[in-house]
Write a protein that binds this ligand. Structure first.
Ligand code: UDP
Length: 328
């Protein structure tokens, strides 16, 4: 049986990856320090003998007994609000954590896939973003802790590949959504749905003309799976190129949820990228991958998930104060 270590296993992406690799017949070792992850996302796997969980912080030395065939490094805060709450941990997990996992991969002769991000392109001056674009990142802004950690992560991963001959893969993940997103992590989809469910107005930041392109979780997981199994070493974008402005998206959510609330406008966060859309030609050519779930279907499933959460979750506020989000 092949053994795979998944870091960030209790997170949104990590937990769906655990499910996928269990279904593919792997022995899955999940690891998470539960700072932003939620154990409930993987509770359903605990009775399986093919699943083990280590409550561990990957910025500390990582020890896993036995053989490992694959490592997926998905541990990291991934919401702009989290970068403000836990900036040092965000930097450490992308840098020190990645270093530890590359060392582990080398020791175990395992293939390692690193979760990178569209944030390496910063507030992009090239549209759509292709993999050869070097990006436009503010190193010292509030998002810099995430963006630079992820850029360093790509560099050290390529260095391990070139210097040690390690088998490495890098996925640049664009905005992804679906069940198990954290309701109160401040990201736009849980924010809008949560507001609609609580009967609050929808908060559009800025004038709402900024764009994003949202990829449904099952499509993202399929892209990551294909990349891991491929022999392609350089970074690949995985995301849905169907672009929408945040203002239009708020209107879509109003229709989907049937809320009678309206849109209100708030200050645009510092360094909020104006436009984002992946160029997925490489993923198509090299992995034969493209997204299959359109936004209406994906959002319907996501809304069903959020509706099914207990009311106490809905009113639990993780982030009351957004003021630092818009100030340096
Ligand atoms: N956004 C918004 N209202 C919210 C939360 C987010 O208008 O309540 C905007 C945010 O300014 C950004 C976009 O939605 O332009 C996506 O934000 P998110 O935090 O989901 O992810 P990002 O793509 O910025 O990392």
């Amino acid at each position: 049986m092949q053994r795979i270590l998944i870091t960030g296993a209790a997170g949104f992406l990590g937990s769906h990856l655990c499910d996928r690799f269990i279904n593919e017949g792997y022995h899955v070792i999940g690891m998470d320090n539960l700072i932003t992850g939620d154990i409930r996302n993987i509770e359903h796997l605990f009775h399986l003998k093919e699943f083990q969980f280590y409550h561990h912080d990957v910025t500390k030395f990582v020890h896993v007994p036995g053989k490992l065939d694959y490592i997926l490094h998905f541990a990291s805060p991934a919401s702009p609000i989290d970068y403000l709450k836990i900036p040092i941990q965000t930097l450490k997990v992308g840098s020190l954590g990645t270093h530890n996992l590359l060392g582990l991969a080398k020791e175990k002769k395992a293939r390692i896939l690193i979760a990178s991000t569209s944030e390496v392109y910063g507030d992009p001056l090239v549209h759509p973003q292709h993999e050869e674009y070097y990006g436009n990142v503010n190193t010292i802004g509030p998002r810099g802790v995430y963006d630079e950690a992820k850029r360093f992560q790509e560099s050290i991963t390529m260095a391990y590949h070139r210097f040690h001959g390690l088998e490495t893969r890098i996925v640049r993940i664009f905005n992804t959504y679906g069940p198990r997103m954290r309701l109160n992590d401040g990201r736009v989809i849980p924010a809008f749905i949560g507001q609609a469910l609580r009967g609050e107005d929808l908060t559009v930041f800025g004038d709402g003309t900024q764009t994003r392109s949202f990829c449904y979780i099952t499509d993202q997981v399929e892209g990551i799976f294909r990349l891991l199994m491929s022999d392609y070493v350089e970074p690949i974008n995985i995301g849905n190129p169907h672009e929408i402005t945040i203002g239009e998206f708020a209107e879509e959510i109003i229709k989907l949820t049937g809320t009678t609330q309206k849109v209100i406008y708030k200050e645009l966060p510092v360094d909020d990228p104006l436009q984002r859309k992946p160029d997925i030609r490489k993923a198509k050519e090299i992995l034969g991958w493209e997204p299959k779930v359109d936004r209406s279907e994906g959002m319907r499933r996501t809304y069903e998930y959020f509706k099914s959460l207990p009311e106490s979750e809905l009113f639990k506020k993780e982030h009351k104060d957004f003021s630092t989000y818009t100030r340096m």
